[in-house]
Design a protein around this ligand. Structure first.
Ligand code: CU
Length: 291
């Protein structure tokens, strides 16, 4: 019997160790940049100064609210244990304590002001656009994104989610696209975002950006990616039946690679946008009909 219980204990320990390794292993999977990972805790890894600040602010707030919650719980427990009817049959008739009242008014004010200062600093960082090195315009459409690069030549292209059959093994499902948005590393990019049909939202978690794409209104935000790689985001405003299938993929590359991509993109997308012979004929025919 004793042997069996020892075996059982050994098995439980092994299971616990296994679980702990799995959890630790999963948290080390957090090292994956630009996309969510299984068993992820917390937010995606940051690659921009704004997201660094968001993560910092989030962590500070989490510690603050945890401390406040623990403190209130402690007070409640003390009251439950020490001042219940059995432990304290004749209650005190105190109704006032000026010191305590001042304390519980002033302390929250100090905490809120302490939170407000970094909060406004972060808002300012997000909303006050620094001198941009280049601009990318993203247009939300049902249900894909179009990108144009007004500073780099006249080209625009559509970016559609890859279907499973077209996906390579290293491309994440529901996030990979046929034509990625490409930007250079360590450059301040001004993002102009607009909707072509309904309201969408352009969001890339590792960049710390999320902004509505509204028809008839040009919204702006910015980011400065400090690390090369592919970063994924999704439309974050319910926009119709394929809302979940219009991902955003941003490839951050070196300046030289970006220049090479621009040169190639100009040709590739200009060729696609140029009217083909058949559409030209159709337009001519239409023009004649309306005459
Ligand atoms: Cu959308």
């Amino acid at each position: 019997m004793q042997v069996r219980s020892r075996q059982l204990r050994a098995r439980l320990v092994a299971a616990a160790v296994g679980l702990a390794t799995a959890v630790l292993g999963a948290s080390s999977a957090l090292a994956a940049f630009g996309q969510p990972s299984p068993w992820q805790m917390g937010m995606q890894q940051s690659v921009t100064p704004v997201m660094d600040d968001i993560v910092w602010f989030h962590d500070i707030l989490l510690w603050t609210i945890s401390a406040i919650t623990a403190f209130v719980l402690l007070l409640l427990l003390i009251i439950v244990v020490r001042f219940n009817a059995r432990a304290n049959p004749t209650p005190s008739r105190t109704t006032h304590n000026t010191f305590v009242e001042v304390l519980w008014t002033v302390m929250p004010v100090i905490i809120l002001v302490g939170i407000a200062v970094p909060s406004f600093r972060l808002l300012f960082l997000q909303l006050n656009m620094p001198q941009a090195d280049m601009t990318v315009k993203a247009t939300g459409k049902q249900w894909f994104w179009s990108y144009s690069y007004p500073d780099n030549g006249k080209f625009e292209f559509d970016s559609l989610m890859l279907q499973d059959k077209d996906r390579k093994p290293d491309q994440p499902r529901l996030l990979s696209v046929d034509n990625e948005m490409v930007v250079p590393v360590n450059k301040t990019v001004r993002m102009q975002v607009i909707g072509a049909d309904v309201i969408h939202a352009f969001a890339v978690p590792s960049f710390g950006i999320k902004i509505d794409a509204i028809p008839g209104r040009l919204n702006e935000t910015w980011f400065k990616a400090t690390r090369e790689g592919v970063y994924y985001g999704q439309c974050s405003e319910l926009c119709g039946k394929d809302h979940a299938f219009m991902p955003i993929a941003v490839r951050v590359v070196s300046e030289q690679a970006f220049a090479a991509w621009v040169a190639q993109a100009k040709q590739k997308y200009a060729a696609q946008d140029a009217p083909t012979e058949s559409t030209a004929v159709a337009t001519a025919a239409e023009a004649q009909q309306t005459r």
